[in-house]
Design a protein around this ligand. Sequence first.
Ligand SMILES: [Zn+2]
Length: 256
Amino acid sequence: MTLLRLKPDAPWFSTTEVTDNIQCLSEPYVIKFMQSNIWFLRGRDADLLVDTGNGIVPLLPELSVEDLTRLIVVATHAHADHVGGLVEFPGIWCNTNIVEALKTADPNETLAGPGYALDDISAMIVPAPNLSGPLVTMQPNKFDPAQFGPQPATVSRALVEGDTISLGDRIFDVLEVPGHSPACIALYDAQNRLLITGDAIYDGMLVDGLFHSNRATYRRSLKRLLTLPVDLALGGHGQPMTGDRMRHLIQVYLAG
Ligand SMILES: [Zn+2]
């Protein structure tokens, strides 16, 4: 078994191996704020892809996926920087509260598409990141920034708190961790003390000021994550975190 391989002529994505069976894909030519992590976990019976990047360049054709039927694709939440590639997969899994939003690519949930520009996202965030420049630092063929935004996806499973996702040799519990957005989920593999956090917590500037963010709810979610035995946490942005680093970042946020 090998991790995902990028095709040799596929320069858009980069890959980093975190462990023997966990890999991070990212888009180095997207501006930092919108650069999200795409996590790939190789399991015994199934593989897991968590989030799919910005959709600026199609993800699937750049990957050497041997067997699409063993791939489970999960969206941690509906924001455009995480769900851009969902449309490429036959059926994706997400929180039940965003099924309709992802099926219709609702710009009010994805925060991109008709009616939205990067400046609008920037204006919703305090302190505002500077998003006034171009979205990408390398212009790929066929990409029109004016058309940026996810396409409608096919949802094949609606996830709720307490659901489990099995890869055969590891099982994730689905945790609802709203706050950054109303429908954020995290995936927790208690046996291996591994947490995939989406945008609930990551090593970078946390965003709690979007119009559908809720700071009180966010704090409750983070306090919950603080109680979990975690050795490795994989965030929606930034570097992988040790459990201690994740807990430190949460404490800093809660103290703020
Ligand atoms: Zn987000």
